[in-house]
Ligand binder design. Structure first.
Ligand SMILES: Nc1ncnc2c1ncn2[C@@H]1O[C@H](COP(=O)(O)OP(=O)(O)OP(=O)(O)O)[C@@H](O)[C@H]1O
Ligand SMILES: [Mg+2]
Length: 298
């Protein structure tokens, strides 16, 4: 089959591995930069141009859309859906999971464990204090919604510090959330990699000494982990509720059980393949093979 991988960079580990796995299984692979795709919308015949040529005869699409390209990237995925081509991640699920507020609302309604979280648009002085109190007070975590790789995640040790940080972010007109600090997670989180309703790999990421953020980019280290049945079912349920067939679910191990911090719709393969030794790229290609004919509207 002819598989399109939507990725901004052919040289990225995850993209390279997906190309490798697909070719090994006898498929033709085309890596397209979604930001360079031209969408043509006309009556009854949606199509896509790339480098001035029409993209044709595609059987399936694997989107690898980064957070900064969500808007146009999902429009490209949607265009493939309009062309009745199967996509490994649905455009709607991608949009849903990228919106941190919306995904937490969905997970909360589904009764899935999440850290207590508060959002506010433009709180006044008193509201800021009650916002902090509403999630159990300080110490608490304040996160910029646009943050990634741990940058923009702040641990405020006391109420005064928390209030100052919220005020500073408001002044900068940054979108943020205030979240209960899960101290007992001890600077670690668990990444569960899910493909097609199955856990295909899991790792524990531990922050370096003196750091509470476990991001590998912040010096964290990853090791293989055996999930508890509850961690497994929490991760699978979160994916199901968000409509993601492929996802990286980040859990915090709390005293009241696993709490979902985030569900990532374009999870990286490098860390998880290195930590587990599992060929996750092939699992993704096998999933696509099983669903080639499950395109929307067919
Ligand atoms: N509420 C919390 N309690 C304890 N530790 C937390 C909490 N929230 C985040 N952390 C730690 O900080 C790290 C970074 O937080 P988070 O994953 O939310 O932000 P990010 O990695 O910058 O964003 P993204 O995952 O969207 O790229 C987490 O991996 C975790 O180790
Ligand atoms: Mg993270």
């Amino acid at each position: 089959m002819k598989i399109v991988i939507l990725s901004r960079n052919k040289k990225l580990y995850s993209t390279k591995r997906l190309v490798e796995a697909a070719e090994q299984r006898g498929h033709e692979v085309l890596v397209l930069d979604h930001m360079k795709c031209v969408l043509l919308i006309e009556q009854g015949r949606p199509h896509i141009y790339y480098n001035g040529k029409e993209v044709t005869d595609v059987n399936a699409v694997i989107p690898r859309i980064g957070a900064s390209a969500t808007f146009y990237g999902t429009a490209v995925v949607r265009q493939f859906e309009m062309m009745k081509i199967f996509t490994a991640v649905e455009s709607q699920a991608l949009v849903r999971s990228r919106d941190k507020l919306r995904s937490l609302q969905i997970l909360s309604r589904a009764g899935i464990g999440i850290p207590k979280t508060a959002f506010a648009h433009s709180p006044k002085d008193k509201d800021i204090s009650s916002l902090i109190d509403s999630i159990g007070g300080a110490p608490c975590v304040i996160k910029l919604l646009e943050g990634t790789q741990g940058i923009g995640v702040i641990l405020a040790e006391n109420h005064k510090a928390a209030k100052s940080v919220v005020e500073a972010f408001l002044k900068l007109e940054a979108n943020m959330l205030v979240q209960e600090f899960i101290k007992e997670a001890n600077g670690a989180d668990v990444r569960v990699f899910v493909v097609d309703g199955q856990v295909v790999g899991a790792m524990k990421r531990q922050a370096k000494e003196g750091e509470f953020r476990s991001n590998l980019h912040r010096g964290g280290t990853a090791t293989l982990i055996q999930l508890t049945p509850e961690e497994r079912s929490t991760a699978l349920k979160a994916c199901k509720k968000l409509g993601l067939a492929i996802a990286g679910v980040d859990l915090l191990q709390s005293s009241r059980g696993p709490l979902v911090m985030e569900v990532n719709a374009s999870p990286g393969l490098e860390g998880i393949e290195a930590a587990t030794g599992i060929d996750i790229a092939s699992k993704i290609i096998e999933y696509v093979e099983r669903n080639e004919f499950n395109a929307p509207g067919q």
